[in-house]
Write a protein that binds this ligand. Sequence first.
Ligand code: PRP
Length: 186
Amino acid sequence: MKQYDDLEKILISEEEIRTRVAELGRAITEDYRNAPEPIVLVCILKGSVVFYTDLMRQIDHDCRLDFMIVKSYGGGTESSGNVRFVKDLDDSITGKHAIIVEDIVDSGLTLTFLRKNLITRGAKTLKICTLLDKPMRRSPKSEISVDYCGFKIPNEFVVGYGLDFDEKYRNLPEVGVLKPEVYKNV
Ligand code: PRP
């Protein structure tokens, strides 16, 4: 792919992602084994879409799909924690088991907001599943803990497998580190 020219390196290969996503699916299946109710998988678009579609197929439980689009505003290039809903869930999650599925947790402020919001709506249980976690970047204002994490990664600019820079690279099958000159030139 032409887009590989913009990468400094591949950080996580397709094979590593596949193996880890299967492990996460097994862990979720096991944790909800005794729950008679379905799990609502809440996809936070757009970044998590690739992870979400792979993960759901590794969960051996009745799953329901729902989608949200949120935008963080007022914080420049970094998340501010002030979150605006562009698209809300289609269905009520009151009394349901929900898992928020994210591609990456950075400051943690988006999820701090979303978690509070979904708890207010009366979710029976609420967990957080992320493919990538950058613990070094966590804001002191973050109030979340990640229940399921694919990979803890260093503070590098990662793209691919759903993650973008300027809406590009989402379709790369791996997670790669972007060359600094690519994002510094914009
Ligand atoms: C990313 C990611 C999270 C958020 C994490 O979304 O999907 O929602 O940022 O950042 P935080 O932990 O600092 O709050 P982004 O705004 O890039 O939108 P996208 O998913 O459409 O790419």
